[in-house]
Design a binder for this molecule. Structure first.
Ligand code: ADP
Ligand code: MG
Length: 412
């Protein structure tokens, strides 16, 4: 299939070509026609498979078709983090380059001046707003946000937006929007109780489910059973002398992230950390340094576990087992984007074996446990582990090698 078959607006087609997109991905093939027909959608597809364009293209097409260059708010896209809102806005600007459709990313943390810039854009004509919920509510509460002409609501990372942390804000926002609008929900995961909730918000909706809640096929997964005290040395041995462009290390807490950063710095590694104690401009700077490869290793909280698209992350390390299986799927999905391959390694300590086993059940896969490098000494005994001989290895294909030696580097 080709993008021409969607019969999209010609200026939009120029933007698609300029972005270097040649063929639609599977989720784009399925979601774009349904969105163009006006259906509400719950669309689930694996990480890194092009969900952003799957909602941006129909949305931009409809704005071009009906409204062109007025100064009303036609679409609202909600995302869970500032960094993701910024990223979606950049991608929109790329596609919309030749269309003249205007947009603004509205997210918290910046200076008072940033707030004024957002306010002006909201009042004078951003056709698409990409927002984090809290910041959008700050503007809504000041009374000048006019959603009366809104046609589209998009929730990216929809299951996150509808979970308990965000739901009250989302409900407040939805109350401000016209009833008659098209709502599109996208995510790589969609727990059933959240899906039920989602359906209450949607009208006349369609669902697309491409391998929900599974890591993308091209993420090679592995794990080490390891004591906390061995983890820094293990990171060093995994990274040193290997040709790894970018490495992303997740830790559960801010304090954990800071400790890992300083331990790796002491070992002269090229590392920075991102977490919510940083000022917003520092957060953006760190992420840019990583995108531009000024730093090799980014240590992060779950701020960057959802949606963030950085080319060439060849290795994701879970410093500890993620809190739930959805988090695992999203974290490992920061590698192997857009058909590349990547490696995701999880460190499991002696207390986390049961938790990791539950993640394996959820993703219906047994993740290969690798032996620790000899110089680290013994790790926790595997006998502490459940007997899992009954669970079959389904997706894991070690590509002909019996033992993991070095991660494959993605194609440039
Ligand atoms: P998802 O939201 O599904 O995790 P993204 O929308 O972030 O994935 O897309 C992942 C990467 O793939 C991005 O860098 C994006 O530009 C690229 N991409 C998406 N669709 C296409 C396509 N049809 N052709 C080429 N690259 C694409
Ligand atoms: Mg996404």
């Amino acid at each position: 299939m080709n993008f021409t078959e969607f019969n999209l607006n010609s200026e939009l087609m120029e933007g698609i070509a300029a972005m270097g997109y040649e063929k639609p991905s599977p989720i784009q093939e399925l979601a774009i026609p349904l969105a163009l027909k006006g259906f509400d959608l719950i669309a689930c597809a694996q990480t890194g498979t092009g969900k952003t364009a799957a909602f941006l293209l129909p949305l931009l097409h409809q704005i071009m078709l009906n409204k062109k260059h007025d100064s009303n708010i036609h679409a609202l896209i909600i995302a869970p983090t500032r960094e993701l809102a910024i990223q979606i806005d950049r991608q929109l600007e790329g596609f919309a380059y030749f269309t003249g459709v205007s947009s603004i990313a509205v997210y918290g943390g910046g200076s008072g001046n940033d707030f004024e810039i957002e306010k002006k854009a909201i009042k004078t004509g951003a056709q698409v707003i990409i927002a984090t919920p809290g910041r959008l509510l700050s503007h809504i509460n000041l009374g000048y946000v006019d959603f009366s002409k809104l046609n589209f609501l998009v929730m990216d990372e929809a299951d996150r937006m509808l979970d308990m942390g965000f739901m009250p804000d989302i409900q407040r926002i939805i109350r401000q929007l016209p009833d008659k609008k098209q709502t599109l929900m996208f995510s790589a995961t969609m727990p059933s109780e959240i899906r039920a909730l989602a359906k209450k918000i949607l009208h006349n909706h369609q669902e697309i489910n491409l391998a929900v809640s599974k890591p993308a096929e091209n993420v090679l997964q592995a794990a080490y059973i390891v004591y906390d005290s061995q983890k820094i040395a293990l990171i060093e041995s995994l990274i040193t002398d290997r040709d790894l462009p970018l490495v992303l290390i997740f830790s559960a807490t801010k304090s954990g992230v800071k400790e890992i950063e300083s331990a790796l710095k002491k070992r002269k590694m090229n590392v920075q950390a991102i977490h919510s104690d940083l000022e917003q401009d520092q957060r953006e700077q760190v992420l840019n340094n990583f995108r531009n490869r000024k730093i090799q290793i980014l240590v992060a909280t779950d701020i960057v576990s959802r949606g963030i698209d950085v080319d060439n992350i060849s290795l994701v390390i879970n410093y500890n087992v993620p809190g739930d299986a959805e988090d695992y799927v999203h974290r490992v999905g920061r590698t192997a984007r857009a058909e590349k391959t990547g490696l995701a390694i999880t460190f499991i300590n002696e207390k986390e074996m049961g938790k990791f086993h539950r993640i394996e059940e959820f993703i219906q896969d047994t993740v290969r446990k690798l032996p620790l490098p000899a110089e680290l000494g013994d790790g926790p005994s595997k006998d502490q582990h459940h007997d899992r001989s009954h669970s079959k290895s389904r997706n894991f294909r070690p590509k002909g090698k019996n033992n993991f030696r070095r991660p494959s580097t993605p194609k440039a």
